[in-house]
Design a protein around this ligand. Sequence first.
Ligand SMILES: Cc1cc2nc3c(=O)[nH]c(=O)nc-3n(C[C@H](O)[C@H](O)[C@H](O)COP(=O)(O)O)c2cc1C
Length: 447
Amino acid sequence: MSKRIPFGIMLQGPGGHMNSWKHPSVPADASVNFDYYVRTAKQAEAAGIAFAFIADGLYINEVSIPHFLNRFEPIAILAALAAVTDKIGLVGTLSTSYSDPFTVARQFGSIDAISKGRVGWNAVTSPLEGSAKNYSREKHPEHALRYQIAGEHIDIVKGLWDSWDDDAFVRNRETGQFADFSKLHRVNYKGQFHSVEGPLNLGRSLQGQPVLFQAGGSDDGIALAGRHADAVFAAGGSIPESRELTQKLKASAVAHGRRSDDLKVFPGVSPIVGSTEEEAERKYREIRDLVSVTEALRYIGRFFDHHDFTQYDLDAPFPELGDLGKNQFRSGTDRIKRIAKENNQTLREVALENTTPRSDFIGTPELIADKLIEWVDTGASDGFVLGFQVITQGLDDFEAQVLPILEKRGRHSRELIGTTLREHIELPVPKSRFADDGAGKRTEAAG
Ligand SMILES: Cc1cc2nc3c(=O)[nH]c(=O)nc-3n(C[C@H](O)[C@H](O)[C@H](O)COP(=O)(O)O)c2cc1C
């Protein structure tokens, strides 16, 4: 089997590591340094990376990850990047729990048009309890409820994106006809959480619709992805873990009447490249040593609603936490608890390991290229989101040392396949939900 491996890259300020801002290869203010975003996005584009990915959060406090304290809002940075790049896909995170479908459809639809069909929306349900306090709410919706809201929200956004048929805007100066109203459709959605009439004041996307990403690996997350997502940003882990998740996600797509290939799975990975094993290990240790144990406790605390882990003995087994974490990053906290138990880990080990994860992707360029290929060829993923611990060092090394090996093996090309994000990651162009289905054209779809 020989197939191109599509890559995305997370642009998250200085990098994925909580203290990446301290690393000498990146500007310390990277998360609000627009020039740095532009430089990195252009470098990734020239290297043939299919999309840039912007994560997000809606609540901070004094114990948040430092470079989250001062960072760009995703829609703003995506729009700015759309204007200065030509080919790379642009994916941004926006919460279904704290937004209105009509606004979301307009925002992503507009950036998609500005970028000529390169946009994706990473629909998340927001894990952080504190978000409610920033959105005039008394309470953060509970995990299952967040996913119900998400299902409805996305359904409406997708419906709004089909408001106009592809050829609805005639703009005929001779006849004076601007739009053909027989090609206009209203969603008329009356749901439990949102009611939206439509139509959207924006035409259909060059790529049919912006690409819908989803991130969330619980059972509810998998069901939502199967129903709605074109792509999933998944937690990395090991090959068996990722293969199991990929199989579940694709089975979920099939259960919703889609083809398994209509849903692409992109685990997040953080390669650390060295010309020798020793050099890779030295780079790993250099990054790991950017944090103290106390900072590492704070880092894992964030996943458990900012739980204070300093109250426990560092060298005792990871504490029993009951349901703590279930209403936030559920799939992530379940994983931390499970692995700690299986491996009999102490709190110190869990904190340090999660702050600077050791993965399959630390080593020589050949080893990393082999692993990436193995993941894809054994069904553990369709591609990857590169979440470098430290972006500049990570991308420079990956581009110079790993991509040429993949190119030689026919698994990568510096030329992106097409012009739209869907083409880059080999997704079909969706037909409008109002398209003629053989039984005559429908003009309305009820919620
Ligand atoms: C790989 C991955 C990336 C995520 N990225 C974000 C993000 O950028 N912003 C956000 O608010 N939530 C993010 N989430 C959180 C989820 O959207 C979700 O709110 C939370 O994980 C609970 O859902 P789950 O239990 O289904 O994973 C991410 C989750 C995963 C697994």
